[in-house]
Design a protein around this ligand. Structure first.
Ligand SMILES: Cc1ncc(C[n+]2csc(CCOP(=O)(O)OP(=O)(O)O)c2C)c(N)n1
Ligand SMILES: [Mg+2]
Length: 351
């Protein structure tokens, strides 16, 4: 089937297209993807603004990477797991996590903001590639328990140079762990361009060294990303082991709101990527297939505006937990040092 098997079990996104009646499953996926990307971009822009206003400590934008963000989650079932990085908040809300909860960590809070078990979404991971090893461990544990679980790991091009990445992909290969590693090759690791990251002709080629499936896709094409992830998820579920997907895309925005990319790259470089905008491309496909009329487009835009307003509301109304809570979930038996620090906090009256 063109877009992978679409079953009822696949998780509904926060932004699934109830407003339109799709003619078949493949069209439904296209519309879900479009709606997810439009809502995701509005959310991303809102989060960027909230960071500028000081309501978030930091925000790493995924502007221009929406096809990867949403294409990573449309193939997943509710029971599957997503392992995101700091840049993947759009994928997290695409999975159904509320926008305020998805941004809690980026406020600088010590909480991840949402319940990873309930949402089957691991906390945003800031140490590069460490979530890849967690995903392998989780899926292997699930298999021992007889649970049907596939995990999608999101990471960047820079993260593929980390030891954790190697260890995780190698282990997954050896044990046929049902994990799909989706590398968003956005060409930069902060200021380090891909040419200074690796001599490999393609990051997907690294799969050869692990003896697993490796594919390279156009990361700005929702259909390509969704199809590749769906095929890899289905294969992993059927016991054929992990896959490494390299999605070619571009980091349009600064690394975070604290970064100035004009110091290390020519601004003209990003201009060329505007022509490959993933939302405009899918919109053209939908229009050509008669799936997007003015009313549908308007309804999606209105929903996106409401999603941005909800993001603002949830972030600005957030009540920070008591500082002493930060000691509560670290160890079953806190170390003497932690007990001491907790005491000092109480004595200073901030707890
Ligand atoms: C283990 C580790 N080393 C260094 C860093 C600092 N750091 C944060 S983001 C980043 C760049 C990562 O680039 P990439 O993997 O391409 O992801 P992108 O930010 O482009 O999405 C670095 C080096 C970190 N977070 N973790
Ligand atoms: Mg990168």
């Amino acid at each position: 089937m063109l877009y992978g098997e679409l079953t009822e079990e696949r998780a509904p996104m926060a932004c699934s297209p109830e407003a339109v009646a799709p003619v078949d499953a493949a069209d439904a996926v296209l519309l879900r993807g479009y709606r997810g990307m439009v809502l995701g971009r509005r959310f991303d822009q809102q989060a960027t603004n909230l960071a500028k206003q000081g309501a978030l400590a930091v925000y790493p934008s995924s502007y221009g990477q929406e096809a990867c963000q949403i294409g990573a989650v449309t193939p997943l079932r509710k029971t599957d797991w997503l392992f995101p990085t700091y840049r993947d908040s759009v994928a997290v809300v695409g999975r159904g996590v509320s926008p305020g909860e998805a941004l809690t960590l980026l406020r600088g809070d010590w909480h991840c903001g949402y319940d990873p078990k309930a949402t089957r979404t691991a906390p945003h991971c800031t140490p590069l590639a460490t979530q890849a090893a967690h995903a392998v461990g989780l899926t292997m544990a699930a298999r021992f328990n007889g649970d049907d679980v596939v995990a999608v790991v999101l990471c960047g091009d820079g993260a593929t140079s980390e030891g954790d990445f190697h260890e995780a992909v190698n282990l997954a290969g050896v044990y046929d762990a049902p994990v799909v590693f989706l590398v968003q090759n956005n060409r930069y690791a902060i200021s380090v361009p891909l040419a200074k990251q690796t001599r490999a002709a393609a990051l997907a080629d690294k799969a050869v060294g692990y003896g697993i499936t490796g594919v390279q896709v156009d990361g700005n094409d929702f259909v390509e990303v969704h199809e590749a992830v769906a095929a890899a998820v289905d294969a992993a579920r059927a016991g054929h082991g992990p896959a490494l997907i390299e999605a070619l895309t571009y980091r349009m925005a600064p690394h975070t709101n604290a970064d100035d990319p004009s110091r290390y790259r020519d601004p003209a470089e990003a201009l060329a990527w505007h022509d490959r905008d993933p939302i405009a491309r899918l919109e053209a496909t939908l229009r050509a297939r008669g799936l997007l009329d003015a009313a549908t487009r308007q309804a999606i835009d209105a929903e996106a505006a409401e999603f941005a307003a909800r993001t603002r509301r949830e972030v600005t109304r957030y009540e920070a937990p008591a500082p002493a809570e930060m000691f509560a979930h670290v160890y079953a038996r806190p170390t003497p040092q932690l007990r001491q620090q907790a005491r000092e906090l109480t004595e200073r009256g901030v707890a």
